[in-house]
Design a protein around this ligand. Sequence first.
Ligand SMILES: Nc1nc2c(ncn2[C@@H]2O[C@H](COP(=O)(O)OP(=O)(O)OP(=O)(O)O)[C@@H](O)[C@H]2O)c(=O)[nH]1
Length: 395
Amino acid sequence: MRSLFPLAGKALRPHWIVQTNYHLRTLSFLMVFLSMALDRYGKGAGAAFWTLLFLQFVVYPHLLYIIACRARDSQKAELNNLLLDSMLIGAWIVGLGFALWPSFVLFLATSLNITINRGWLGMRDGSLALLCGMLLSVSIGGFRFTPDTGWPATLLLMLSLSAYLIAIGNASNARNLQLRTTRESLRLGEQALIANNEMLQQQLAEIKALQDQLKEQALHDPMTGLFNRRYLDTIVPHELARCERDQIPLCLMMLDIDYFKKVNDTYGHQGGDAVLKELAALLMASIRSSDVACRYGGEEFLLLLPNMSVANALLRGEQLRAEFAGKTVRFGAANINATLSIGIACFPGDGRSPDELIGCADLALYRAKAEGRNRVVAADVEAAPELAAGAGMGI
Ligand SMILES: Nc1nc2c(ncn2[C@@H]2O[C@H](COP(=O)(O)OP(=O)(O)OP(=O)(O)O)[C@@H](O)[C@H]2O)c(=O)[nH]1
């Protein structure tokens, strides 16, 4: 059997209002068609009447559906269709000679539909359109008043109206259910989104913590906890630039444990590690907040001392040397003693670039080793007598 709604849901996907109205309009107009046909059959209605009746109440709903589907904005097109409904119903009310039951049913159905879809303003516009249709019909066909309709047609019209109202109620209910389902799925979607967002925030926090940890690890020596050479390479140029800008000195102190290979050979690598950790702890305890202590290589350490003169650096180096020499590192049952050699180079006297300064500090350290180890040597040889004399500089 062919469907009453041959075009429903085909090809184009119109707004749901178009789809609902297509069903309602097709059904209700068909019922009106049958009622009017029942009423007018055998009463001498001409071919023009039957053609118009068929076009209006059977073909017209499908035409409107096609128009709405093809429109760029199907919802807007359907709302305009409702006005066309009103105008044509106005024309039919006049054309049917104000037949009471058909007029009542047609007027109520179109007014109800336009109010549901467009509210009070729609009702106002619909009434105006209805009036226009009536005037147009009067101007073309003149005015007649034949209010009576036979009881079978009236009964069918009553049934039609009832069916139409029930269909509208059902459509509203379906819409309500759909809205409730949509709202529920939106609520669930929102909850899932919130949960995902919280998870994402947590993951981001974990990633951030891991990044911080990685950054920390990338810049520190894992065994001693001091900064590593990579950090030194980035901080020395900055500190040099700052000291140059502020016109203050900066000293580099390079420290190397004497005969460390022998320590390793005697107490093992772990014994050597214990000595390295002890020296790192000593350096950490002795530096100011502005100083940077770094493990430069295997058993080589470097202190970056901003705003410190050569003389003060020599005094500080001497203190460190003496303190380390007096320390005994306990490793198991063994007591390990070691000494330090220290080389010092200072900005601006010994160099202005990181490479120059590190090179000079290294050279001074080499001299400290060459001169017998367990001593402090400045790259600027003339600074040493100053130290011997105390030079009146506090640390
Ligand atoms: N225990 C330990 N030893 C290390 C580490 N890194 C380097 N070394 C050792 O440090 C020693 C350095 O030896 P050398 O460069 O010959 O110098 P030295 O024996 O200290 O002699 P001088 O520097 O000339 O006084 C080597 O034996 C390395 O294996 C480390 O992390 N732990």
